[in-house]
Design a protein around this ligand. Structure first.
Ligand code: PEP
Length: 260
């Protein structure tokens, strides 16, 4: 990302189904201590629902922002086990991960359902982090760009121009998630460039150039710099490396170093 770019790096930690309230506190306190006062890189942590309230208390008035890992696209009602956008807002949540490949795979979430959630998030002033990405067999069949574009266009269907730049895209090749295999910077940039091009077709160049596209898939302190150096990679969605404060802080520092 060029230093003249209007996009600030965003480093988001997806804690998945990890950390009790006590463990969440232990994890977030050093993050707040080390990077909670800088404002050059946008930092987001996404704890499980049960730890949101505690983490909200610990990040208040800092530059560590709160994200959730899902929502249900109804305001209230008989949806046992689900959580609404309004409930998240009440806990000072500002981001929400939607369409993560684990939800697509284990909970059969379709592009249409994910699109409903994206729109409900935006209506409720939550910034969706819309995850898209191909499986290994799709990549090997040469279908990566087609799959990613289809998921992107379907996930953003009917998103209005005035809300589009609140959406963050996360390109996460499924074969790289939690496997230790990372896309090379060139492989990632090829897809990110195509995502930016598609965003331009849908929303126009000005909006597309202001939207952040994160890379996710085994991003670690030792490979972050070269990924973040790519022109269309605006940060990372981090799973494993976000569960250890030191490595998460190092990722934020890698983005800070790129910025200088
Ligand atoms: C993720 O699940 O969003 C992710 C990127 O995980 P990891 O960093 O562990 O590959």
């Amino acid at each position: 990302m060029a230093s003249s770019s209007p996009r600030r790096y965003l480093i988001a930690g997806n804690w998945k189904m990890n950390n009790t309230v006590h463990e969440a506190r232990e994890l977030v306190q050093p993050i707040v201590h080390d990077v909670g006062q800088q404002t050059d890189v946008h930092v987001v942590v996404c704890p499980p629902f049960t730890a949101l309230a505690k983490v909200a208390e610990l990040v208040v008035n800092t530059n560590v922002h709160l994200g959730a890992q899902n929502l249900y696209p109804k305001a209230s009602g008989a949806y046992t086990g689900e959580i609404s956008a309004g409930m998240l807002r009440e806990l000072f949540v500002s981001y929400v991960i939607l369409g993560h490949s684990e939800r697509r795979e284990y909970f059969q979430e379709s592009d249409a359902f994910i699109n409903e959630k994206v729109k409900v998030a935006l209506e409720n002033m939550l910034k969706p982090i819309l995850c898209i990405g191909e499986t290994l067999s799709q990549r090997e069949a040469g279908k990566t760009l087609e799959i990613v574009k289809t998921q992107l266009i379907a996930g953003l269907k009917d998103v209005s121009l005035d809300k589009a730049d609140n959406v963050v895209i996360a390109y996460e090749p499924i074969w790289a998630i939690g496997t230790g295999k990372t896309a090379t910077p060139e492989m990632a940039q090829e897809v990110h460039g195509e995502i930016r091009k598609t965003l331009k077709d849908v929303f126009g160049a000005t909006i597309a150039n202001s939207m952040r596209i994160l890379y996710g898939g085994s991003m670690k302190p030792n490979n972050a710099a070269e990924l973040l150096a790519q022109p269309d990679i605006d940060g990372g969605l981090i799973g494993g490396a976000s569960l250890e404060a030191k490595s998460f802080v190092k990722l934020v520092e890698a983005a800070l170093a790129r910025k200088e």
